[in-house]
Ligand binder design. Structure first.
Ligand SMILES: [Ca+2]
Length: 312
C-alpha cells in the first residue's frame, strides 16, 4: 500500500495461531482506565506494558502539562480495508494485510480546544476564533479542536510552527500524525485481526453505533461536537475513533492497488491528505473503520480535527 511508514509493513503472512492469542489479548486490552491516570508513567514503561498486552491503565501516559493523554499500542497484524461482502463498502477499500512491527502510541482522544489553545498561547499554533469559522460557540475546553487544517497541525505551509512542533519543543519526543495504517489499526482495536473483521470495533451491527460513538444519526438535532471521551473506549482504550470529529492522518491519498511490501509513507509536498473516521456530521456508513476520505491540506471545517501519534 502507498502511504505507510514507521513500522507498518505489508505482506501476505500466515495468521495461523493468531486467533488463539486474540481472546487473551482482547481481555487484557479491554480494561479501561480513568482519563489521565497515566500522568506519572513514562513512555518507556507504557511501551513495555504494550508489549505485554497489559491493561490500558498500564499503557497510558502523559508527557507534559497540556499534552494529550497517550496510549501505547502493541505490535500486531490486521487486515486494512474491507471485505467485498461488507455493507456500504467503497471500492477504494481494497483489503490487504498490514503488520505493525513495533509498538507506538496514539492519542487516547482527539486533540482538544484546551490543548490547541495552549499551543496558540505559546505562539506555535494559529488561534482558532470563536463563532463562525471557529468554535461555532459550542464551547471549547474538552471539545475537540475544529477548523484546523493539515497545514495548521504540521506547519507545512510555514505560516505557523504548528501543533506537532509545539509538542516536540515541550517534550523532545517524536510527535507526529498517525499514518493511515496506524489509524485503522487503532480504530479496529485488535492486534490479531482477520480478513472477516467487522465494520466496527464493536461488531458488525450498525444499530449499535449510537452506544459507542457520537455520530450524526445519533444526535437528534444536537448537531455539534461532543466533549472527548464521553463514549466508551474501544478495545485498545481509545475514544471517539469512529465519531465526534473526523481525523487528519499523515499520508497522501493514494490507491491501495500496490499494497505489497514495506513502503514508506507518501509525503510529497503537494497532495490531498487522508481523513479518517466518521463525525457528528457524517452519515452512519462513514463510521465504518475502513472508510477513507481526503481533502486539501489547507482546508478547514467544523467536523474535522485530529489526534497525534508518537514513536516509543
Ligand atoms: Ca474521531
Amino acid at each position: 500500500m502507498r502511504g505507510c511508514q514507521n513500522g507498518a509493513d505489508h505482506g501476505l503472512l500466515s495468521i495461523s495461531g493468531a486467533i488463539a492469542l486474540f481472546a487473551l489479548a482482547a481481555q487484557a486490552l479491554a480494561q479501561d482506565a480513568p482519563a489521565l491516570s497515566g500522568a506519572a508513567r513514562t513512555a518507556a514503561q507504557a511501551r513495555g506494558a504494550a508489549e505485554r498486552l497489559a491493561s490500558v491503565a498500564d499503557r497510558e501516559f502523559v508527557d507534559c502539562k497540556d499534552c494529550p493523554a497517550m496510549v501505547a499500542l502493541p505490535s500486531g497484524t490486521f487486515w486494512m480495508g474491507s471485505p467485498p461482502t461488507e455493507a456500504d463498502r467503497i471500492d477504494d477499500e481494497i483489503q490487504h494485510r498490514v503488520r505493525i512491527s513495533v509498538p507506538f502510541a496514539i492519542g487516547k482522544t482527539e486533540v482538544t480546544f484546551d490543548q490547541w489553545d495552549a499551543c496558540a498561547e505559546a505562539d506555535y499554533c494559529r488561534p482558532i476564533p470563536s463563532a463562525n469559522q471557529g468554535d461555532r460557540e459550542w464551547g471549547r475546553g474538552s471539545r475537540p479542536a475544529i477548523e484546523v487544517s493539515w497545514n495548521d497541525i504540521t506547519g507545512a505551509d510555514g505560516k505557523t510552527r504548528g501543533f506537532l512542533a509545539w509538542l516536540k519543543a515541550k517534550t523532545a519526543a517524536s510527535y507526529r500524525l498517525p499514518t493511515e495504517a496506524e489509524w485503522e489499526y487503532a480504530a479496529r482495536g485488535n492486534p490479531r485481526g482477520s480478513p472477516d473483521e467487522p465494520a466496527f470495533y464493536f461488531g458488525p451491527d450498525k444499530g449499535e453505533l449510537c452506544r459507542h460513538e457520537h455520530a450524526f444519526v445519533c444526535i437528534q438535532g444536537d448537531a455539534k461536537t461532543a466533549p472527548v471521551g464521553q463514549y466508551p473506549a474501544n478495545p485498545f482504550g481509545l475514544h471517539d475513533m469512529l465519531g465526534n470529529v473526523a481525523e487528519w492522518v499523515q499520508d497522501c491519498y493514494a490507491s491501495y492497488d500496490d499494497a505489497r511490501g514495506n513502503r514508506p509513507a507518501r509525503l510529497t509536498k503537494s497532495c490531498s491528505r487522508v481523513v479518517r473516521g466518521g463525525s457528528w456530521a457524517y452519515y452512519l456508513w462513514f463510521s465504518r473503520a475502513a472508510v477513507r476520505d481526503r481533502d486539501e491540506p489547507q482546508n478547514r471545517n467544523d467536523h474535522r480535527g485530529f489526534r497525534v501519534a508518537r514513536d516509543l
